[in-house]
Design a protein around this ligand. Structure first.
Ligand SMILES: [Zn+2]
Length: 317
């Protein structure tokens, strides 16, 4: 059951502070009026489309693409009534509002479709313009359409890819009868993020990974992280318009969004052009929010300088 939410978004736009579990769920700060658990912020799920879920292939790419396009930017939310499917997903992901998210003249859901990072929902397929955007991305094999058999997020069940370290066999999840009846159930449920990862570790597939379970497993892959370094060095970010530069003096370091708590790990600040950074700072200054509960530990913030390298602002270590 969703909490009763009253969101009035009129003249004053909100500011994008981050995303939820998927790129089509955006955290918006300082909406005019929100009656929810976290006053001042709303987790808005974009209607009409849906992007890959956490644990699913292309989730990371979609999250990155939307952050590179919207983080710290002013947006207006046009509230809409979600279909039943979206409402159910939203309840799981603690969404407080549904609607179309507009940044100037650009809609977030259209942006995702153009980059091949979202599907048009079955309930929105009557919108010919949206279906056309999806078809164009598909024809150009952009984003997730480069995959041989992409699985729609509303079909994709969370694939646990459980590892049985004793037998070196990987299972589809808790539903596998073998997993239910062996000690694997008590092994702590260590998991792989993709079948490729399990193969690299020398694990073989159990027979439970066949048919639809295999198809869904192949659509898993959170390990395709594009921004997490294993050696604590600065992340390598994909090219983005907000980092486009010709010389060092055009680059700066983006501020951390307000209302966020950071993590226990090292958080690298992100590079952006000076104009983007000044816009972000001005937008963040307008945000008033009650921070969500923080975890006890404080992570380290790294990356104080940004330089221009090969046409993109990058963090200098
Ligand atoms: Zn199995």
């Amino acid at each position: 059951m969703l909490p009763l939410v009253l969101v009035i978004l009129t003249a004053q736009p909100g500011v994008v502070l981050g995303t939820g579990l998927r790129a089509s769920t955006v955290l918006v700060g300082q909406v005019t009026k929100v009656k929810a658990d976290e006053p001042g912020t709303a987790l808005v799920m974009s209607t009409d489309v849906i992007s890959p879920n956490w644990g699913q292939r292309w989730n990371t790419e979609a999250l990155r693409a939307i952050r590179d396009a919207t983080l710290g930017e002013a947006v207006t939310v046009e509230l809409r009534t979600p279909d039943e499917e979206l409402r159910t997903l939203g309840a799981v992901e603690t969404v407080t509002a549904f609607g179309r998210i507009r940044m100037g003249k650009v809609y977030v859901h259209e942006l995702l479709l153009k980059q091949g990072l979202a599907w048009v929902l079955p309930s929105a397929r009557g919108d010919a313009a949206l279906v056309k955007l999806e078809a164009e991305a598909r024809a150009a094999k952009k984003g997730l359409w480069a995959d041989a058999d992409p699985v729609e997020p509303w079909l994709w069940a969370q694939q646990l890819l459980l590892r049985d370290d004793e037998t070196k066999v990987v299972h589809s999840g808790w539903d596998c009868p073998h997993v239910k009846t062996t000690q694997c159930h008590e092994c702590g449920g260590g998991r792989f993020w993709s079948l490729a990862e399990s193969a690299d570790a020398g694990f073989t597939r159990h027979t439970c990974l066949s048919g639809e379970a295999l198809r869904f497993a192949n659509a898993s892959g959170v390990a395709t992280l594009v921004e997490r370094s294993t050696d604590n060095s600065a992340p390598t970010l994909p090219a983005a318009a907000r980092r486009s530069c010709t010389k060092d003096s055009e680059c700066a370091v983006a501020p951390l969004p307000p209302c966020s708590c950071g993590s226990c790990e090292t958080t690298w600040l992100e590079p952006a052009t000076r104009s983007v950074v000044s816009r972000m700072k001005a937008n963040y200054a307008r945000v008033s929010c009650s921070p969500p509960p923080c975890i006890a530990c404080a992570g380290r913030v790294a990356g104080a300088h940004s330089t221009c390298r090969e046409g993109q602002c990058v963090i200098a270590e």
